[in-house]
Structures are given as structure tokens and as C-alpha cells.
Write a protein that binds this ligand. Structure first.
Ligand code: CA
Length: 224
């Protein structure tokens, strides 16, 4: 999942980006309002983490412009301003959630997971498809009750395909969501990840739509 972090405190920005990358996100960064707005307008992010007090254009103005353009990307506001007014204004402007600095990274990650899940129409943190259960909270995957070890990239690809199961996920969407600005992408790398996932989860788990992309079929199994 590709996310954007807009934050002007260098230490916090690099800590956030590093943590997100360790969690398997493709994380892009922007250190001021102009760069933040530019990136938010030019890529499709699964979520944006947005500081309010920014040089250039402030976070609320960025949010206002994104919502005016009818961009629905979930936005989580980070703010040191602990006043009720700021939070109300942020939410009324179209933010989906907020965190007050200082915050625990674990809480930020949990809120981010919830935003991405809800945006995909997935309320339950567990996704079950045939004999495979994906836990989007712990980023673990079980098949027939046994945990299947996945790399962070494999997990990210699996989560993308299963959150949007039943829909064709094009190769360009996969590249957009799995690789950040700083990633070195090789053209065959998606096929390699798909092939590894098929070995681990069964060869029919992911279908290839030739020349278009990939798809995981099937409605969710009840009674996880
Ligand atoms: Ca700031």
C-alpha cells in the first residue's frame, strides 16, 4: 500500500517513513506544503499522513484543495495543536482521523490500517478466502491454520489483491501501490512476487488476467 507522509520536522519525517517501510508500505515523503500538495495531487495514495503546521501551504489548505478536487484518499492529520477547534476544523474539512503529537507509532499504524481497510470497504480486520486467512492487524497469513511466512512485499501485494478481491488489479496499480518514489523497480518483480505467493498459497489463489493484471476471486468465507 502506498502512503504519503507530509511533515516538516526532519527527525519525525524520517522516523515515520522508516517505520512505514518496515511495515511493508511504500512510503513517499514531503517536507513542506508545496511538495505535499504536488505529490498528493499527482499520485493515487491509499492514505495520506498530513501535518497541519507546514511551511509553504498549511495542512488544512492542502486538505481543502484535495477535497475540492473530489479526491477521496483517506487523510490522517497530525497536529501539535491540541485545541478542540483545530480538530473540529480538520474533520469538517474532510480529514478522516487525527492524532495529537506526541503520539505512539503503534497507534498511528493501527489508525492507518483502519483507514485503509474502511476505504476498501473491509470492516473486519480478518479476511478469509477459501483456506487462507489474512490478518490485516498483525500482517500475518495462515493457510489451513498454519502460518505462512511472507516477505513484507509479498504481504503488501497479497493485502492489495485481497482487500480489493473480485476486482482486476492492474500492473500499474500494483506498481503504484507497492513501490515508493525511492524504490528501484524491476519490470519482472511483480511476476516474481506473484509466483512466490502462488507457491505458498496455492497456484489458483491468484488469477492472471493476461495483458491486464491480477485478481483474487471469491467472496469472503463467513465465520472466520
Ligand atoms: Ca509541522
Amino acid at each position: 500500500m502506498r502512503v504519503l507522509v507530509v511533515e516538516d520536522e526532519p527527525d519525525l519525517l524520517s522516523a515515520l517513513v522508516q517505520t512505514l517501510q518496515e511495515e511493508g508500505y511504500a512510503a513517499d515523503q514531503a517536507a513542506d506544503g508545496h511538495e505535499g500538495l504536488f505529490k498528493a495531487e499527482s499520485s493515487d495514495y491509499e492514505a495520506i499522513i498530513l501535518d497541519l503546521m507546514l511551511p509553504g501551504i498549511d495542512g488544512l489548505e492542502i486538505l481543502r484543495r484535495l477535497r475540492q478536487q473530489r479526491r477521496k484518499t483517506p487523510v490522517l492529520i497530525l497536529t501539535a495543536r491540541d485545541s478542540v477547534n483545530d480538530r473540529v476544523t480538520g474533520l469538517d474539512t474532510g480529514a478522516d482521523d487525527y492524532l495529537i503529537k506526541p503520539f505512539a507509532l503503534s497507534e498511528l499504524l493501527a489508525r492507518l490500517r483502519a483507514l485503509i481497510r474502511r476505504n476498501a470497504g473491509q470492516v473486519d480486520p480478518l479476511i478469509q478466502i477459501s483456506d487462507v486467512v489474512i490478518n490485516t492487524t498483525t500482517h500475518t497469513v495462515c493457510r489451513n491454520g498454519t502460518e505462512v511466512p511472507l516477505t513484507a512485499r509479498e504481504y503488501a501485494l497479497l493485502e492489495l489483491l485481497t482487500l480489493y478481491r473480485g476486482k482486476l488489479i492492474t500492473r500499474s496499480m500494483i506498481y503504484e501501490q507497492l513501490f515508493g518514489d525511492d524504490d528501484d523497480t524491476l519490470s519482472n518483480v511483480v511476476e516474481v512476487h506473484v509466483s512466490h505467493l502462488r507457491k505458498k498459497l496455492g497456484k489458483d489463489f491468484i488469477q492472471t488476467r493476461r495483458g491486464q493484471g491480477y485478481q483474487v476471486d471469491g467472496s469472503e468465507t463467513d465465520d472466520v
